[in-house]
Design a protein around this ligand. Structure first.
Ligand SMILES: [Zn+2]
Length: 217
């Protein structure tokens, strides 16, 4: 899209759908938010969590960044954008679910794979995606002889697990999970097919979350 007028026309449709046709929702949202889940997704334009889950305004509290990563809990004085969002969602909004949504063809993960070859990708990206370096190192060790594409797909999934592990380093997240008041989920979206898989902790595998189409194809 090169013309921004399409985006402006979209605002008009949004206003009609969510304000013109549903004043009750607008009235409720004006007072407070009570999202169903916190979702950590990639900035990738093809992976819009609200579109993917067919959500309404107020349903998802969202963080989007390069490669949908969660950094580990740190107490230094940096600018902790992701950690702030986690804190607000968990400690103040009391969300019951946190979803880490990864996807196929992730440019951030591709950058992470490149850094293993000693290539610099950008001024900020390299250091950011290094959060998932344990995922990359695991994949390169276990799939050393496999094609780069296969390694990248595997790393996209492993990076989700790193983020899930990092979530548990936040003491107030761990506490809520152990009290069974908060559930963590790892989802993986295939851009080419539309399929979404989820991580099953018991088996250590990603399995189909929902059939692609209502007909069950
Ligand atoms: Zn991505």
């Amino acid at each position: 899209m090169s013309d921004i007028s399409d985006l402006i026309a979209g605002i008009s449709r949004f206003q009609q759908q969510h304000y013109g046709e549903n004043p009750e929702l607008a009235s409720a949202l004006k007072k407070r938010q009570d999202p169903r889940a916190l979702l950590i997704g990639c900035s990738d334009s093809r992976v819009d969590p609200a579109l993917l889950t067919d959500c309404s305004p107020g349903d998802l509290f969202m963080v989007r960044n390069v490669a949908n990563l969660v950094p580990p809990y740190e107490q230094n004085s940096g600018y902790h954008g992701v950690s702030s969002a986690l804190e607000y969602a968990v400690c103040f909004l009391k969300v019951a679910h946190i979803i880490v949504l990864g996807h196929s063809g992730c440019g951030g993960i591709a950058s992470l794979m490149e850094t293993a070859k000693g290539k610099m990708v950008g001024e900020f990206i390299d250091n950011w995606v290094d959060i998932a370096a344990p995922a990359r190192d695991k994949v390169l060790a276990e799939l050393a002889e496999r094609p780069a594409e296969e390694q990248a797909r595997a790393c996209e999934k492993e990076a989700i697990l790193v983020s899930l592990q990092n979530l548990m380093t936040f003491p107030w997240i761990r506490e809520q999970v152990e009290r069974q008041q908060l559930s963590l989920h790892g989802w993986y979206f295939n851009i080419g097919t539309g399929q979404v898989k989820f991580y099953r902790d018991e088996t250590g595998t990603f399995e189909v979350l929902v059939q692609r189409y209502a007909a069950g194809n």
